[in-house]
Design a protein around this ligand. Structure first.
Ligand code: SF4
Length: 340
């Protein structure tokens, strides 16, 4: 289905070219960008003439909020609906007086990870860059207007529904727009992209700005990982690590390895030993995420004591390790629990 072209998919350069082609000074791009992204009350409004031109050529629509769920821990989950009626979930996660927005990159997901609620849906379609950006604007506006929170711009994690590198062209376009100085002006390190290990996409990461990269590792053994992440059959760990080793990382940048800890499956001493072999010499940090059950899931969450024990096993092996505090699990907004 061809969707209308959205104003939100344009970089400032593209907007300038459009204005020039329509005999309008490209200098007006700054006013347009600030109105679209900054919403500063003192900003000069877009003139009627330019507004009419933009409306004739682009849609200025943002996703609509269909449903909002709030957790007592401050997490807010939105079901956002696009113009074709498809919807995705977007999550605002509070963290140290700031918020992070977890963005979806696809409607559903083709990767079918066995621990993931989204994976049970299959892929419906890729999101356009404007739909990815739209989720951010709507969530940030909600913080401001509904919650009255004047915080700094929320950081971004591409960890919602979908495999972002399976839709790498649109995700890269969105990242470039997020970084526009006259728009949101985000720095690349304010954004984290998490991949399940989609190798063709990992090979393109050197073309991206230097955003943070996370790999859903979940097991250092191919046979277990294949059960959790079926694309591991096509893209085994050796190939993924060869591609990751080829990334130009910044001096102090390391790759985060997400490790969904599942009771009795990947929390053993041999897992810790193998993780040491795999990551000991690499610029890495391990992020342990205790599994979040969802309706019908076959895995169990380990006890808090077991999570701590496993972390200690890794720390003893001198692996940089953290435990991610689960937010929003009561409203199915935690990692792997999203479903439209
Ligand atoms: S974990 Fe991510 S990549 Fe895997 S099925 Fe869920 S959304 Fe897709």
């Amino acid at each position: 289905m061809t969707l209308e072209k959205s104003i939100y998919e344009l970089t400032e350069e593209e907007l300038k070219s459009f204005l020039s082609a329509n005999d309008i000074s490209p200098d007006f791009s700054a006013t347009i960008f600030r109105n679209l992204y900054k919403k500063n009350k003192h900003e000069q409004p877009i003139s009627k003439k330019i507004m009419a031109l933009l409306s004739k050529n682009f849609t200025l629509d943002l996703p609509k909020i269909h449903t909002v769920s709030k957790s007592p821990d401050g997490t807010v989950k939105f079901l956002m609906e696009f113009s074709d009626g498809k919807s995705v979930e977007t999550v605002l996660i509070p963290f140290h007086k700031r918020f992070t927005v977890c963005l979806s990159s696809q409607v559903g997901c083709a990767m079918k990870c066995s621990f993931c609620y989204t994976g049970t849906m299959g892929l419906s379609r890729h999101l356009k860059s404007s739909e990815i950006i739209g989720q951010y604007i709507v969530a940030a506006n909600y913080l401001d207007t509904e919650l009255g929170l004047k915080t700094m711009s929320p950081n971004i994690v591409f960890m919602g529904q979908g495999e972002p590198l399976h839709n790498s062209t649109e995700v890269l376009k969105a990242i470039n727009v997020f970084m526009e100085p006259l728009g949101l002006g985000m720095g690349p390190r304010q954004m984290t992209l998490s991949t399940a290990g989609y190798l063709p996409g990992i090979k393109k990461l050197n073309d991206f700005p230097k955003i943070n990269i996370a790999l859903s590792l979940h097991s250092p053994f191919n046979d277990i990982r294949k059960e959790l992440i079926p694309i591991n059959q096509h893209f085994p760990l050796e190939d993924i690590f060869e591609a990751l080793d080829g990334l130009d990382l910044m001096k102090r940048q390391f790759i985060v390895y997400e490790y969904l800890l599942i009771d009795g499956l990947n929390d053993r001493v041999e897992d810790a030993d193998e993780l040491l072999k795999l990551l000991g010499e690499r610029k890495s940090a391990i992020n342990i995420i205790p599994f979040n059950p969802f309706p019908g899931s076959k895995y169990k969450r380990p006890s808090d004591a077991r999570v701590e024990e496993f972390k200690e096993m890794l720390v003893e092996r001198k692996l940089r390790t953290m435990i991610r505090t689960t937010k929003g699990s009561d409203i199915l907004a935690a990692c792997g629990q999203l479903k439209s």
